[in-house]
Design a protein around this ligand. Structure first.
Ligand SMILES: Cc1cc2nc3c(=O)[nH]c(=O)nc-3n(C[C@H](O)[C@H](O)[C@H](O)COP(=O)(O)O)c2cc1C
Length: 333
């Protein structure tokens, strides 16, 4: 008898734990169809960005109410947005069309950092039929007057303001740079998050020596980037009543298994799909089944969280315990 790969994420029943995360690989109907055909259990559409939405709202407002030269000039500040066709209308159309032609759940994504008018689009996204919404909060605080409590308050207010717009499940995708991760994640839950997507990869800008500019570089992930979300998923699993998704560094079937053992409900993938295409999902699924069977597990649900902080044989491994030993026993091989 085969193993049961199904899992629950954000209250949605998924056929397996493989989800295509937000990125170019989920940006068109053709790509989405192909992902479903290859076995993806759900898809997260690329983000609609706060900057696009604030621009859009302001542009519409200005167009109809103040047809000034300043408006025309203002548009020139957004050349990249003018060329980038995924404005809100196109986005809502993608949500609607993907809902019409896919059977798997479609999760839309909003990406921003400040509470503001743009969050009303959450409601539009819900009306367009999205099964759930992922809110990616990407904020880089640079003001020394802003305390960590101020930063956390901003996250919480933003989550609460999106929550007020929608009744569909809400996942929050954030980076790892908080001093007290379990506490802040619990605040997110209280503000209305139903799930966490851990972790956002921050783009670190490099300096171009030719023109003395900071330039962000988009690099695909490396496998070791899984280790950070693995630890925090394991720590959070039994402490918070939230759905958990791993994002960053899921490249092999083993990585999916580790994510589930730590306590994730799903493993999300972008770099892997960009490098090897959607067909790679067809390869992962039997490998995952085979490992479960060999390990004596009958289902993903049975295996989920068996290496969480509460369940792992040596919980101190997730804390400081072996830090000094690991450093002092390093060998240059
Ligand atoms: C080219 C590219 C575009 C991305 N676009 C988005 C996006 O629109 N919204 C979002 O939340 N994450 C976006 N991501 C982040 C991915 O969803 C994912 O979290 C990240 O790449 C880590 O997962 P991976 O190791 O599987 O690549 C993007 C990543 C890449 C490489």
């Amino acid at each position: 008898m085969g193993v049961d790969l199904s899992t629950r994420y954000l209250g949605l029943k998924l056929a397996n734990p493989l989800v295509a995360s937000a990125g170019p690989q989920t940006g068109s109907l053709d790509k989405l169809r192909k992902l479903e055909e290859c076995g993806a259990a759900a898809v997260v559409l690329p983000s609609l960005f706060e900057e696009q939405l604030e621009h859009d709202q302001w542009a519409i407002h200005s167009l109809y109410e103040h047809q000034t030269e300043a408006f025309a000039e203002s548009l020139s500040y957004f050349p990249e947005m003018e060329d980038y066709n995924t404005g809100p209308r196109t986005y809502l159309q993608l949500v609607r069309e993907s809902k019409q032609c896919l059977k798997i759940p479609v999760i839309a994504s909003l990406n921003g950092a400040t509470p503001g008018g743009w969050v009303h689009y959450a409601k539009e996204i819900q009306s367009a039929g999205a099964d759930a919404l992922e809110l990616n909060i990407y904020f880089v605080p640079t003001d020394p007057e802003m305390t960590s409590a101020d930063v956390e308050r901003r996250y919480v207010e933003l989550i609460a303001s999106v929550r007020r717009e929608v009744s569909i499940p809400l996942a929050v995708k954030v980076g790892p740079f908080f001093s007290a991760i379990p506490h802040v994640m619990r605040q997110f839950a209280r503000a209305g998050a139903n799930g966490l997507v851990l972790f956002n990869r921050y783009l670190e800008p490099d300096i171009e020596l030719d023109n003395l500019q900071f330039t962000p570089r988009v690099l695909l992930s490396s496998r070791h980037e899984l280790w950070r979300p693995l630890r925090w998923i394991a720590v959070l699993r039994d402490q918070l009543d939230l759905s958990l998704a791993v994002t960053s560094g899921v490249h092999f079937a083993e990585d999916v298994l580790k994510a589930i053992l730590a306590g994730a409900d799903v493993a999300m993938m972008t770099s892997l799909l960009l490098r090897h295409g959607p067909e790679t999902i067809r390869r992962l699924l039997p490998e995952i089944s085979h490992w479960l069977e060999t390990g004596g597990y009958s289902s993903i649900e049975q295996m989920k969280g068996s290496m969480s902080l509460k369940n792992c044989p040596d919980a101190s491994q997730l804390e400081r315990a072996n830090y000094m030993k690991a450093l002092t026993s390093y060998t240059d091989t």
